[in-house]
Ligand binder design. Structure first.
Ligand code: ATP
Length: 140
C-alpha cells in the first residue's frame, strides 16, 4: 500500500513538500486554513482540505491518526505550530516532522513529541556556504 502523508501549512516549504511527494506518486492530504491556498493545491495532491489544525475535532474528523507521516509546515505562527504538534502527538500520529523557526521553538517541539525537526532556511544557508567555499577552493 502507498504511504499516506498529510502536510499542514501550504506556504513555500509545505507547498514544495506537497508537490514533490505527489510527483513521487505518494498519497498526500494538503491542509491549510486559507481556502485560497487549498484551492491552489486541489489538482496537485490526493485531497486538499480547508481546516484549522489547532482545532482538535477537525484533526480527528480528517482521520489524521491514520496517516503514516504528518508534516507541520506552519512557520510564522509558532503558537499554532506548537499546539498542532502537541495534538498530533496526543492523537498518536506515528511520525511527525515539524519546521522550526528558531532554537527555542525547536526545544519546545522536542519536548512535546515531534519526531523530526527541520530548519530549512538555516540548513540551506549552511549548504550554500559550503558550496561557495568548495567552489572558491577549486577556483584557486
Ligand atoms: P514559507 O514556507 O512560505 O516560508 P512560512 O514559514 O512563512 O512559509 P507561514 O506563511 O507562517 O509559513 O505558514 C504557512 C501556511 O500555514 C500558510 O499558508 C498558513 O495559512 C498556514 N497556517 C498557519 N496556521 C494554520 C493553522 N492553524 N491551520 C492550518 N493552516 C495554517
Amino acid at each position: 500500500m502507498k504511504k499516506q502523508f498529510a502536510v499542514i501549512g501550504l506556504g513555500r516549504f509545505g507547498g514544495s513538500i506537497c508537490k514533490e511527494l505527489s510527483r513521487l506518486g505518494m498519497e498526500v492530504m494538503a491542509i491549510d486554513h486559507s481556502p485560497e491556498k487549498v484551492d491552489e493545491f486541489k489538482d496537485i495532491v490526493t485531497h486538499a482540505v480547508v481546516a484549522n489544525s489547532t482545532d482538535e475535532a477537525a484533526l480527528k474528523n480528517l482521520g489524521i491518526r491514520n496517516f503514516d507521516h504528518v508534516i507541520v509546515a506552519i512557520g510564522d505562527d509558532i503558537q499554532s505550530s506548537i499546539l498542532t504538534t502537541l495534538m498530533l502527538h496526543e492523537l498518536g500520529v506515528k511520525h511527525i516532522t515539524v519546521k522550526a523557526q528558531n532554537d527555542y521553538h525547536e526545544k519546545v517541539l522536542e519536548k512535546i513529541g515531534a519526531h523530526e525537526i527541520v530548519h530549512p532556511e538555516r540548513d540551506i544557508g549552511i549548504r550554500i556556504a559550503h558550496h561557495i567555499v568548495s567552489k572558491n577552493v577549486l577556483d584557486y
